[in-house]
Design a protein around this ligand. Structure first.
Ligand code: HEC
Ligand SMILES: [Cu+2]
Length: 328
C-alpha cells in the first residue's frame, strides 16, 4: 500500500476508535456483558495472531538472505521447529477461542435462576406483539412494540412469528434470536439499571424490515408492578361514545381495545396506546400530530404496512386522535 494511503487508513481507524459511541458494545445486563467480553476477547486474539504472524514473516524475510549461488544455506531442522511452534500456537489459540465461545453460549442458556416474568413476543410484518403471561389468566394482557421489564431479574421471552422469519435483538441486553413461524425459541434478557434499551428486527423480513424497531423499558420492580396493574385496567369505556362508535366500526376488525366490543388481532392492541413511546414500531414518536399523520395516511408514513390508508374525514381523524392519546 502506498504510504499516504496507509496513513489515511490509520487516521480513519484511529478517529473511529476515539469517537465511536462504544457504549453500545458494552452490555447493560449479564447476557450482553458475557457476549461483549467474548467479542473483545476474540478481537484481541485475532489482533495478536496478525501481529505475531506479521513479525515472524518480516523476520524470516529480512534475517537470512539466500547465498549468491542460490543453494540452501538454511537449516532444515530449525525451519521444522518453527513450523511446529507456529502450529502449536495456532492450535492452542483456536481451541481456547472455541472453548470460550461454547462456555459463553452455555452461560446464555442458563436457567438456574427462575425467570421473574414470562413474556411472549410475536414478530409480524412489521411490528411486535407483546403478551404478558401470568399463572392467573385474568392478569394476562397484550401490548405492542414496547417491552416493559423489571430490573435485576431474568426475564423469559418466548419468541414466535406469525408470518416470516424475524430476529429479536436488543444489543445492550442480549444476543440475537430468530423468530421462526411454527416454532418457539426462548431467550433470557436482564437489565441491571432502569433505562430504555433500543431493539431492532435483525433478519430481513420484507419492505418495512428497517422500520421494525422496539424499546425495552426497564423499571424498578415497584414501578413495574404498578405499570402491570395499570395495564390490566380496561381503557376507552369512560370516553364519550362517538369516538368509540367510530373506532368499533372502522378499526375494530383489526385492533383491540379491552372494554370495548373491538377485538381485532391483525394490528396492535391499542388498550393503553397513549402510554406507548412510538407509533408503528418506531416510525413516529407518539404525539397527537404524528398520530393524526398516521391515521390520515398510514401508507404514506409506512408504505406497504398492513394497515391500509382508511380515508377518514378530518373530523374522524381528530376525534380518534384525542380518543387514542387519552388511553394512557
Ligand atoms: C386492516 C387492518 C387494520 C385496520 C382496519 C386498522 N388498522 Fe391500525 N394497524 C394495523 C396494523 C397491521 C398496524 C401495525 C402497522 C405497523 O407497525 O407496521 C396498525 C397500527 C396502528 C397504530 C400504531 C400502533 C402502535 O402500537 O404503534 C395505530 C395507533 C392504529 N393502527 C390505529 C388505527 C385506527 C384508529 C384505525 C381505525 C380508524 C385502524 N388503526 C384501522 C391494522 C389495521
Ligand atoms: Cu425484519
Amino acid at each position: 500500500m502506498k504510504r499516504p494511503v496507509a496513513a489515511l487508513f490509520s487516521l480513519l481507524a484511529l478517529s473511529a476508535c476515539a469517537r465511536a459511541p462504544l457504549g453500545y458494545l458494552e452490555g447493560a445486563g449479564p447476557a450482553a456483558r458475557s457476549i461483549a467480553s467474548l467479542g473483545w476477547g476474540l478481537l484481541g486474539i485475532s489482533i495478536a495472531v496478525c501481529l505475531i504472524t506479521g513479525v515472524l514473516l518480516a523476520y524470516s524475510i529480512f534475517r537470512r538472505r539466500m547465498p549468491a549461488d542460490g543453494l540452501g544455506g538454511g537449516d532444515d531442522r530449525s525451519s521444522l521447529r518453527w513450523i511446529g511452534v507456529g502450529l502449536s500456537i495456532t492450535t492452542v489459540l483456536l481451541l481456547a477461542s472455541a472453548v470460550w465461545t461454547l462456555l459463553t453460549v452455555r452461560g446464555l442458556s442458563d436457567t438456574s435462576r427462575a425467570a421473574a416474568v414470562t413474556i411472549d413476543v410475536t414478530g409480524q410484518q412489521w411490528w411486535w406483539e407483546v403478551r404478558y403471561r401470568s399463572s392467573t389468566p385474568s392478569r394476562e394482557f397484550s401490548t405492542a412494540n414496547d417491552l416493559v421489564i423489571p430490573v435485576g431479574v431474568p426475564i423469559q421471552l418466548n419468541l414466535r412469528s406469525r408470518d416470516v422469519v424475524h430476529s429479536f435483538w436488543v444489543p445492550k441486553l442480549a444476543g440475537k434470536m430468530d423468530m421462526i413461524p411454527g416454532q418457539t425459541n426462548t431467550i433470557r434478557i436482564e437489565a441491571d439499571q432502569p433505562g430504555i434499551y433500543h431493539g431492532q428486527c435483525s433478519e430481513f423480513c420484507g419492505v418495512q424490515h428497517a422500520q421494525m424497531a422496539f424499546s425495552v423499558v426497564a423499571l424498578s420492580p415497584v414501578d413495574f408492578e404498578a405499570w402491570w396493574n395499570h395495564q390490566l385496567e380496561p381503557a376507552g369505556n369512560n370516553a364519550d361514545p362517538s369516538p368509540q362508535r367510530t373506532f368499533i366500526e372502522r378499526c375494530g376488525s383489526c385492533h383491540t381495545i379491552r372494554g370495548l366490543p373491538a377485538g381485532g388481532i391483525l394490528g396492535p392492541d391499542l388498550s393503553h396506546f397513549g402510554s406507548r413511546r412510538t407509533i408503528a414500531a418506531g416510525v413516529l414518536p407518539n404525539s397527537s400530530t404524528d398520530l393524526a399523520r398516521w391515521l390520515n395516511d398510514s401508507q404514506a408514513v409506512k408504505p406497504g404496512s398492513k394497515m391500509p390508508t382508511l380515508w377518514l374525514t378530518t373530523n374522524e381523524v381528530d376525534t380518534l386522535t384525542s380518543f387514542l392519546e387519552g388511553l394512557k
